[in-house]
Write a protein that binds this ligand. Structure first.
Ligand SMILES: [Zn+2]
Length: 539
């Protein structure tokens, strides 16, 4: 007796048999009923969610002689020839192996001919993201002006690889992952039809392992049935065939982790390896187990959400008492990272052991969670600091914490950027902004500079004035030499003395130079110009 794979044998032939994609099916059926059929469809979603199946049913429906409520009748000539794969109206192309320009050109040539029977030629291009750029361009030309008797259905698991020009010409349908519930129900239905006895728990485990893919679920089920042909399929059989372990093992592992019993943990791993268990599956299942624990720990009436038996629930509740939620968060983080890495790893056992040892020895791990917390705190402080500085600006206009006048953007009506562009509040008054003493010095600066000694006097001619930290006067010079001469301690003292003589008050000075390759205005606010302008206005 030959065995037909369940997935082939029970491939849905009408919309009603397609599970878990009701939102798409309804829309497509309505289009057919209203005779408002599009010319380009994009079906995207994970593998095994029914994209090509739906595409084929759709191809039948649009060609069917007597469609029933938007579904193909399954009886007419067209329905039968499409189902048998002999119709010329349905052309399936696997873009993974036919991805060149020539393949698409061929299609474009064929498209020119009307179908000899039925109403529509339907091109189903699977894995369409594999097309080359040239092929996409060729396809685009056809999509721009498709003959009315042509429908393109593009299917892909990776929609982000499709050029936007193509996307914009297609009706877009997202195929969802199918729920454990839906997959289990479907498998139950098929097993009843096939007269195979299966434990409910076994089906649920397979459905969970299939991760939303009906095709994967059915092929896993196939494997299990083939292995225990003619016998009742039990949960334990399924674990055996799929190389998975029972939750008891996870319970053991967890208890040893909580006890920080590293050698005990490694013994369990040793046993599992000897039994030939699949370690990626183990990591995924253990993550799921930890997730269940977390749910039990954090919610009260969780029975409905959890996919476990009553006795397992009792055990989960007991274990939940033994761990804190933040420990579980950490365990789950480490294990979900591990699950990702294991897919491509060759040393799976070592990686699994390392992850388990990490769980046992939190001190050895640079605690990312804490670290993130700290980074977040620092970020908040910095942000608040910036706000505070902005507040200061509102009051004193432009001095920041560093003592350097805010980067040329904060002065009213000043240089690049402009204060008003960032703050909608009223412009601060200039006289309040600069201390009167400094204003005094600035107004008299040129005469003060004239009294300075030889070299200093020379360099000061090129000096520009700004405001430094602590209300100091900032003398900015165009180069290093000038700045080092003027900035010498005795020269600074000399200048401060001259200032005191002139205005009768003590104003300290700082000397800076303009950074190489930059302009004074890039970094400093020219208060001399501002103050003198102010005077002019007053006059
Ligand atoms: Zn039909």
């Amino acid at each position: 007796m030959s065995y037909t794979a369940l997935y082939r044998k029970f491939r849905p032939s009408e919309f009603g048999d397609v599970k878990g994609q009701d939102h798409i099916i309804t829309t497509l059926q309505n289009q057919i009923k209203a005779n408002r059929i599009g010319h380009a469809y994009l079906f995207c979603g994970t593998r095994g969610t029914g994209k090509t199946t739906v595409a084929k049913i759709f191809a039948k429906a649009v060609n069917c002689e007597h469609p029933v409520d938007g579904s193909p009748c399954g009886e007419c000539e067209m329905c039968r020839s499409i189902a048998a794969g002999t119709s010329m109206n349905v052309i399936e192309i696997d873009a993974a192996s036919n991805n060149g320009v020539d393949n698409i050109r061929e299609i474009r040539e064929e498209v020119a001919y009307r179908p000899t029977e039925g109403r529509y030629k339907v091109y189903i291009i699977d894995e369409v993201h594999m097309l080359s750029i040239g092929a996409f361009n060729a396809l685009l030309k056809t999509l721009e002006e498709p003959p009315e008797y042509v429908i393109f259905i593009l299917a892909t698991t990776e929609v982000h690889k499709i050029p936007i020009t193509i996307l914009s010409r297609c009706q877009h349908y997202d195929f969802r992952r199918i729920s454990i519930e839906t997959i289990t129900d479907r498998m139950r239905e098929l097993m009843d039809t096939e007269h195979v006895e299966v434990e409910e728990k076994a089906l649920r485990y397979i459905a969970k392992a299939a991760d939303g893919s009906m095709r994967d679920a059915l092929s896993l089920l196939d494997q299990c049935i083939a292995f225990y042909l003619g016998q009742k399929l039990t949960y334990d059989n399924v674990l055996e065939v799929l190389g998975a372990v029972d939750t008891d093992v996870f319970s053991q592992l967890l208890r040893k982790v909580i006890d920080r019993d590293v050698s005990g943990v490694l013994d369990v791993v040793e046993d599992l390896v000897m039994q030939g268990r699949e370690l990626s599956q183990l990591a995924a299942d253990f993550t799921w187990y930890l997730r269940n624990l977390l749910l039990v720990k954090t919610s009260d009436n969780i029975e409905d959400v959890l996919d476990v038996s009553t006795e397992n629930l009792m055990q989960l509740k007991e274990e939940a008492q033994m761990v804190e939620p933040d420990m579980l968060f950490r365990y789950i983080r480490i294990f979900s990272e591990l699950s990702g890495q294991l897919k491509y790893a060759t040393q799976k056992r070592v990686m699994l052991e390392v992850a388990l040892i990490k769980l046992c020895t939190p001190a050895m791990e640079p605690d990312q969670d804490t670290l993130l917390e700290r980074i977040r705190a620092v970020e908040e402080k910095v942000e608040k600091g910036i706000e505070a500085a902005a507040d200061m600006k509102d009051r004193i206009v432009y001095v920041n914490g560093d003592g350097i006048p805010g980067g040329g953007e904060s002065f009213p009506g000043g240089t690049a950027g402009g204060y008003g562009s960032r703050n909608s509040g009223p412009k601060p008054e200039l006289p309040n902004a600069i201390p009167e003493d400094v204003q005094e010095v600035v107004k008299n600066f040129r005469s003060i500079a004239d009294e300075a000694s030889g070299m200093v006097r020379g360099y000061l001619k090129k000096a520009r004035l700004s405001l430094g930290g602590d209300n100091r006067l900032l003398i900015v010079l165009p180069d290093t030499l000038a700045a080092s001469v003027v900035g010498r301690e005795d020269h600074v003292q000399e200048l401060e003395g001259l200032i005191e003589q002139k205005i009768g008050k003590k104003v300290e000075i700082d000397v800076r130079q303009v950074e190489e390759g930059r302009h004074f205005e890039d970094t400093f606010v020219d208060i001399e110009q501002k103050i003198n302008m102010e005077i002019t206005v007053e006059d």
